[in-house]
Design a protein around this ligand. Structure first.
Ligand code: GDP
Length: 140
């Protein structure tokens, strides 16, 4: 399988509970390498822009509120089949449906406070990486 890059976030519900290291370790233990990372406190505008695809959904306001309620760790992950691998280690969107051993099963509180984000396809990975990082911030 090809080496890929994907975009990941450790969301405010998790950074508030001091889980940055614990979640990053789960990503690394799954074979993913953190090749860029920074801590940001998203503005409302940044959160609305990032999640624009969901703007008509009933939970959009709650989503933006959650994402602007504390710091987020934005990361670029690299590894073999990184996009799918990251989705697998994250687990299902609703932690109640997530498999044992996944990040969301282990740490998430609810569907709205589900601790992590990961790109779902190569096109969205490229877009999302570009949304948060310049090329010089990705250092391999
Ligand atoms: P993901 O790719 O697994 O993160 O899921 P989606 O792209 O479908 O949704 C994006 C994010 O919106 C999720 O991670 C949740 O934080 C949030 N979300 C999705 N569905 C719901 C919902 O029904 N209620 C609430 N409160 N948040 C939701």
């Amino acid at each position: 399988m090809a080496i890929e890059r994907t975009f990941s976030m450790i969301k405010p519900d998790a950074t508030k509970r001091n889980l940055t290291g614990a979640i990053t370790k789960m990503l690394e233990d799954a074979g993913l390498r953190v090749i860029a990372s920074k801590r940001v406190w998203m503005s409302k505008r940044e959160a609305e822009g990032f999640y624009a695809v969901h703007k008509e959904r009933p939970f959009f306001g709650e989503l933006v509120e959650g994402m602007t309620s504390g710091p987020t760790i934005v990361q670029v992950l690299e590894g073999e089949g990184a996009i799918l691998k990251n989705r697998e280690i994250m687990g299902a969107t609703n932690p109640a449906n997530a498999d044992e051993g996944t990040i969301r099963k282990t740490h998430a509180l609810s569907i709205g406070e589900n601790s992590v984000h990961g790109s779902d396809a190569p096109e969205t990975a490229a877009q999302e990486i570009k949304y948060w990082f310049s090329d010089t911030e990705i250092v391999g």
